[in-house]
Design a protein around this ligand. Structure first.
Ligand SMILES: Cc1ncc(COP(=O)(O)O)c(C=O)c1O
Length: 417
């Protein structure tokens, strides 16, 4: 019977093809990776790991040298706060170190629930859900919401985990030029019938500028698209009582139903959360694989983060101090004609162009006892390497002056005045 012969014929053909392929050796994956690493080294783009031997506010010891750091994300200076340390040690003494399990098994403790309630109240959302890292939170929310056939529209400068989340969800990913709301509108308009999600950083991690959130929210309302804002660098720093860039833009849960932020930056801890309507959180608990299949964050960390949330809300002086340091740095850098970017946040990059220029500047600052990171492709587009300078409420005015003094001695591109 010809019909019953067809699968057998196909099976034979596949075996022949397999034999032909088997005659060729398989590529060695480790060797391929080694080649890629060597290529990156040849292009002077190798990433290097630095071990910090001691940390004391903005002072870090590395290679036996005490350095003044301008590269941490501890924007409010909370990472070493005695109340956070006391909360962490108290909770660890009571509950142990590990949560011992995933949230859905027996890892979800009262401390996690208290922190979730505090985060929801702070951001003006119905509920919040903790994730172990920001990376996992973005993977989780995008994977749970998106499906093949959907469209996910994103700013070109979004953090890597938003891009990876869209890929994990299987949606068609379209990236619009940075902060270009018109281009985002055209991309949404290209697939009018598809379920659509628009994702943006609130404060861009390598540029420090704030997304046009009100315009994006209006676009999403018009296009019936769901808006996700990653406020990793805005929470604690911007908005009334530090509620973040979304709060600063006056956008509620209705306009921004998906709000994600991290606990490892201005809050000085680690971990992240997604906040929004109760139905969203219920759905994430069911379907977000990076939430379900992983060990819950240590309860002691949740206790420290709760303390950080309370301090971040109550202590406006930290934001005032940070704002004063940012203004001081920008004033000084403008006087020196340095290539500042359009940022009013704690992230103050100096755009240097070629990767070698950024590395040379980083090394020259290092020689003067200052730790600043050079950000190069592929983290930023080619030709846009930069020094990523970050400021913290833990800095003193004379720290900023010392940095400006060191920058003055470098041969950096200058804007003519
Ligand atoms: C915008 C943004 N989103 C997400 C993340 C990831 O957060 P986490 O470090 O908690 O994984 C980062 C941090 O690196 C970030 O800058």
């Amino acid at each position: 019977m010809p019909t019953s012969c067809r699968p057998t014929t196909r099976w034979r053909a596949r075996r022949v093809a397999d034999r032909v392929v088997a005659a060729r050796p398989r590529p060695d994956l480790l060797q391929r990776l080694a080649v890629q690493t060597a290529e990156r080294e040849q292009a002077h783009l190798l990433r290097r790991l630095r071990t910090i031997e001691q940390a004391e506010g903005p002072w870090l010891q590395t290679g036996g040298r005490r350095m003044l750091s301008f590269c941490s994300n501890d924007y409010l200076g909370l990472a070493r706060h005695p109340q956070l340390i006391a909360a962490l040690t108290r909770a660890a003494a009571q509950e142990g170190v590990g949560s011992t399990s995933a949230h859905l098994i027996c890892g979800h403790r009262a401390g996690h629930a208290r922190l979730e309630q505090a985060l929801a109240a702070w951001t003006g959302r119905e509920r919040a859900l903790l994730f172990s890292t920001g990376y996992m939170a973005n993977l989780g929310v995008l994977q749970a919401l998106l499906a093949p056939g959907d469209i996910c529209v994103q700013d070109k400068l979004n953090h890597a985990c938003l891009i990876d989340g869209a890929k994990l969800g299987g949606a068609e990913l379209k990236r619009y030029p940075h902060a270009d709301v018109g281009a985002a509108a055209r991309q949404l308009g290209s697939r009018p019938g598809a379920a659509a999600l628009l994702a943006t950083d609130g404060v861009f991690s390598m540029d420090g500028d704030v997304a046009p959130l009100r315009e994006l929210a209006a676009l999403c309302a018009k296009e019936q698209a769901t808006l996700l804002v990653d406020d990793a660098h805005g929470l604690g720093v911007l908005g009334p009582r530090g509620a973040g860039s979304v709060g600063a833009a006056g956008l509620g849960q209705h306009e921004v139903p998906l709000l994600m932020a991290t606990l490892g930056k201005a809050l000085g801890c680690a971990g992240a959360f997604v906040a929004g309507p109760a139905a969203l959180i219920d759905g994430l608990i069911q379907f977000a694989r990076p939430y379900i299949y992983t060990t819950a964050m240590p309860p002691a960390l949740a206790a420290a983060a709760l303390e950080a949330v309370q301090l971040a809300q109550a202590e406006d002086w930290r934001r005032d101090r940070l704002a004063a340091l940012i203004a001081r740095f920008r004033r000084g850098a403008e006087q020196l004609g340095l290539p500042l970017m359009a940022s009013t946040s704690a992230i103050q990059p100096l755009l240097l162009g070629h990767a070698d220029a950024a590395v040379a500047a980083m090394q020259a600052l290092d020689a003067q006892g200052l730790l600043v990171s050079a950000i190069r492709p592929p983290t930023v587009p080619a030709g846009q390497a930069r020094l990523r300078i970050t400021l913290s409420a833990a800095h003193e005015e004379d720290h900023v002056d010392r940095l400006l003094g060191a920058l003055e001695t470098l041969r950096l591109p200058r804007r003519s005045s």
